[in-house]
Design a protein around this ligand. Structure first.
Ligand code: ADP
Ligand code: MG
Ligand code: MG
Length: 201
């Protein structure tokens, strides 16, 4: 069975930072339709800080990489997505503990606990038109393969279009949130696309 070390997780987060940088305008555009037009800027700032922190002081285990990244996101990003993504990574890292190497199955299981923590923090379930709509199917897909996780996250993000938002800023719009893709579900899909990319290299 293939296993993944701390460096793999560092490369994942660097790939996320690149993807978020590349897609920042699109994320902000989505957030301008049903939010306050800062999602791209929020994540760009957050993941740039994560990359910098990890480069300066690279943690020795996969779990420590994710907890350090989560902590950095929480302290860097003011918007809702900072504490939510920060909690996702911190809880996932905590669940991984101090193993030097982890399997994909173990990562899926730990991410499952991270997503549960996000759901607990934000009170959102699948169908509420949030990042949860991409994260839940992605983790389920990751039990099968990195490619399945990526595809499930993308599908979950697309499936937010016809939904009415029930959590976060977009929920203030009520029916007017229908017909737009959720920015956070879209950025969550970027996370799993980057993971699939790194797993292939
Ligand atoms: P803010 O809304 O504070 O400006 P961002 O624009 O960075 O923060 O992030 C918005 C995204 O955060 C939304 O598109 C949604 O996916 C996610 N989000 C907001 N509130 C919640 C929540 N309670 N639970 C899960 N995700 C949420
Ligand atoms: Mg916003
Ligand atoms: Mg904001």
């Amino acid at each position: 069975t293939q296993t993944f070390d701390a460096d793999f997780l560092v490369r994942w987060l660097a790939a996320v930072a690149e993807a978020v940088d590349r897609e920042a305008d699109r994320l902000t555009e989505l957030d301008s339709a049903i939010g306050d037009a800062d999602h791209g800027a929020n994540l760009r700032r957050g993941f740039a800080a994560v990359t910098e922190t990890l480069a300066k002081d690279p943690p020795a285990t996969p779990g420590a990489v994710l907890t350090a990244a989560g902590r950095q996101l929480i302290s860097t990003v003011g918007g809702a997505s900072g504490p939510l993504y920060g909690t996702l990574l911190r809880r996932t890292g905590k669940t991984l503990g101090d193993d030097e190497r982890v399997t994909r199955e173990r990562l899926a299981e730990a991410l499952g606990s991270g997503v549960a923590a996000v759901s607990q923090l934000g009170g959102a379930q699948v169908g509420d038109k949030t990042m949860i709509d991409a994260l839940v199917p992605a983790v389920e897909g990751l039990r099968g393969s990195f490619g399945a996780a990526r595809a499930a996250a993308e599908e979950g993000a697309l499936a937010t279009v016809p939904l009415r938002a029930r959590k976060g800023r977009a929920s203030y719009l009520g029916e007017r949130s229908v017909g737009h893709q959720d920015p956070g579900a879209t950025s969550s899909a970027l996370l799993f696309a980057a993971l699939d990319e790194i797993a292939r290299t």
